[in-house]
Design a protein around this ligand. Sequence first.
Ligand SMILES: Cc1cc2nc3c(=O)[nH]c(=O)nc-3n(C[C@H](O)[C@H](O)[C@H](O)COP(=O)(O)OP(=O)(O)OC[C@H]3O[C@@H](n4cnc5c(N)ncnc54)[C@H](O)[C@@H]3O)c2cc1C
Length: 461
Amino acid sequence: MLIVGGGCAGMSAALRLQQLLKPQLGSGRAEITVVEPQPYLTYHPLLAEVAAGSIDPRHVVVPLRRVLPDCRVLTARITRIEHAARRAWIDTAPRGERGTPTEIAYDLLVVAPGSVSRTAPVPGLAEHGLGFATVGAAVGLRNHVLEQLDLASSTRDPALRQAALTFVFVGAGYAGVGALAELEDMARYAVKGYHNLAPEDLRWVLVEATDRILPEESLDLAAHTLAELRDRSVDVRLGTTLESAVDRVMSLSDGSRFAARTLVWTAGVRPAPLLRDTDLPLDAAGRVRCLPTLQIIGPDGEPLSDAWAAGDCAAVPAAPAPSTSSVSSASSVSSATVPPVDVELCAPNALHALAQARLLAENLVAVLAGRPQRPYRPERQDCSTSLGIGRGVAHTKRGHLTGRRAWWLHRARHLQRLPSLDRRVRILTGWFLGGLFSREVVSLGSVEHPRSEFEAGFPER
Ligand SMILES: Cc1cc2nc3c(=O)[nH]c(=O)nc-3n(C[C@H](O)[C@H](O)[C@H](O)COP(=O)(O)OP(=O)(O)OC[C@H]3O[C@@H](n4cnc5c(N)ncnc54)[C@H](O)[C@@H]3O)c2cc1C
């Protein structure tokens, strides 16, 4: 079996397959290869807390080789898939270097390469924008924000001070809202340590093109989160776009122009580019079309009996079509079960990715055993979001919570979902210690340029 991607969906599918196929893997009758460019899974929902310094960066990643001892983990990238020939091409060259992809054959395919940030041709964005989708980016953003406080406190130039204290986030999905709220909370705390900065000097702007925030969550949760952000004086501009960031001057579509030294781009995601280099049919948004059983729909419109997909890259119906509510056997799934193209799809979030992956593994094993598969029936989504230490918004069966109780609930839910007991314990211990001592708000920007001090010793270069 070839599993493409070792993120939420890929790793969870591999974990479950490893459990279900233990005897076959032990005897060599089955082999699972997981291909992932990073040697670890990144649990994105906790990245904002990494940026805020509440979680150690190493604790939101799960080392694949440690948790998947019965699988073959390759730190590499799939560059092409020809499913008709059951062949894929793997590039093992380190990031930034060019390699010659090698061909591998497989019998069963699991597609889970997730999504990538959606960028836009905004002038100045490539030069001044920062992303927020990796552990490195989260640590870098934390250091950058703290460096701006140092700069604003030390400079005598009022324009530079103002620009250093202005933080712009574009895109109000999970990443933008989470990162802004956690960093605002951290910076508000950090300015207490500066003799000439006050929380009111900081300006936080959230720019969103649509008329709502958190499109991945319920309207209710989004409305409560928006109210909480505005309560904290965050300048949320809905129905607005960033037109230019040239020379660090932000021009917005509502006509406003102001200087800002921090521009974080979190304007949505698009399916992994790899999908375009496969012979699997994609929907209009570029996702792999799937049945509720998570089987991929093939080029002839019929489900493939040996290929599944899950997570952000997969177009999975949010509710099973009526004809698929009864169990369907892999071999007998007919085109009648193929959902219509305008069916409502699962949102790209970690909850769906983890739940789909688990079912995917069970369905794959069911096919091997000749048993019927089950359709994906999304459970009620437990929405919550953390907005800084002791602040959050959460929905429960009984209604909505805000403040500390919502924040604890959010933490408990994500801790439970994190697919590694070891990581859960480490994060919990970190949170406990964080509650005992004051917050650590020193910038370690030099950590990102480890050679700069050494290079300064060669003045002629
Ligand atoms: C900053 C941020 C915050 C978020 N917050 C939340 C939240 O609070 N709640 C929530 O529910 N969701 C949240 N999400 C969304 C959630 O993380 C994703 O929906 C989830 O990770 C999707 O799982 P996945 O397995 O499809 O993709 P991923 O977890 O992204 O995994 C895909 C993997 O495939 C790998 N890959 C890509 N291309 C290739 C290739 N060519 N070959 C091999 N491997 C490849 C990637 O390296 C990656 O590791 C957040 C996302 C981000 C970025």
